[in-house]
Design a protein around this ligand. Structure first.
Ligand code: AMP
Length: 217
């Protein structure tokens, strides 16, 4: 059983790296942001409660986040383990998490703020199938259309310069102390998020002592 946390500022590639880590290790990828986005897109009651906070780039209240995480982990569909991304994001969430679960490793993806801005503002999302694109590194074949389902790509409502500035300052203020809390248990691995996707994945696996990553041909 492997239980990993992947942390890093928005645009550092948390979601992509978590997916790659899960692929051949049979781990379940749990993204708290994706769970919230799912609810917003389907206009559920929870979606209505978090939509404005998310669009402003602010953090959702801890009680709600903890209950979403608890419900998700209580499904116990993670026989071989999980990689959780976007959580915990402050000291209280970290304490809640450490009380309930033994964590085998925390990956901290490091990216300078300038590079974060460059990456995040060029990010696009397919509202049809959820595929992520990036106009710098991962352009769609046809401008503005999803390669998989052809739906018109959108910008995430929270990928605006204003929302990004709010998230960056939140990250520096609240999320970094989480690393310090985890650090006391000596499980944090700092990984440089600037190299290519495959190189970052290789560094993550080396840090966690996992088998090497074989990129799809
Ligand atoms: P993300 O995709 O991780 O950037 O999350 C998108 C948005 O969901 C964030 O800007 C927050 O509004 C909300 N969110 C996700 N995870 C958390 C969390 N652990 N605590 C509070 N809010 C969160």
């Amino acid at each position: 059983m492997r239980k990993y946390v992947i942390m890093g500022v928005q645009g550092s590639g948390k979601g992509t790296q978590a997916e790659l880590l899960c692929q051949d290790l049979d781990l379940v990828h749990i993204s708290v942001g994706d769970i919230f986005r799912w609810h917003v897109q389907r206009h559920t009651k929870l979606g209505a409660q978090v939509r404005r906070t998310m669009n402003a780039g602010e953090l959702v209240g801890d009680d709600m986040v903890e209950s979403v995480v608890r419900d998700r982990l209580d499904q116990h569909d993670w026989n071989f383990g999980f990689v959780i991304d976007g959580f915990p994001r402050n000291g209280r969430q970290a304490e809640f998490f450490m009380e309930s679960y033994d964590i085998d490793g925390v990956i901290h993806l490091e990216l300078p703020d300038d590079e974060v801005r460059r990456r995040v503002l060029s990010r696009r999302l397919c509202p049809g199938c959820g595929m992520d694109y990036n106009l710098i590194a991962d352009r769609p074949e046809v401008d503005g259309r999803c390669d998989i389902c052809g739906t018109e790509l959108i910008t995430r409502a929270d990928d605006t310069p204003e929302a990004l500035a709010a998230r960056l300052s939140d990250y520096h203020e609240k999320t970094r102390p989480v690393l310090e809390l985890f650090g006391r248990k000596e499980v944090v691995h700092d990984v440089d998020a600037r190299p290519s996707r495959d190189e970052v994945q290789a560094s993550i696996r080396a840090a966690l002592g996992l088998p090497a990553y074989a990129p799809a041909a």
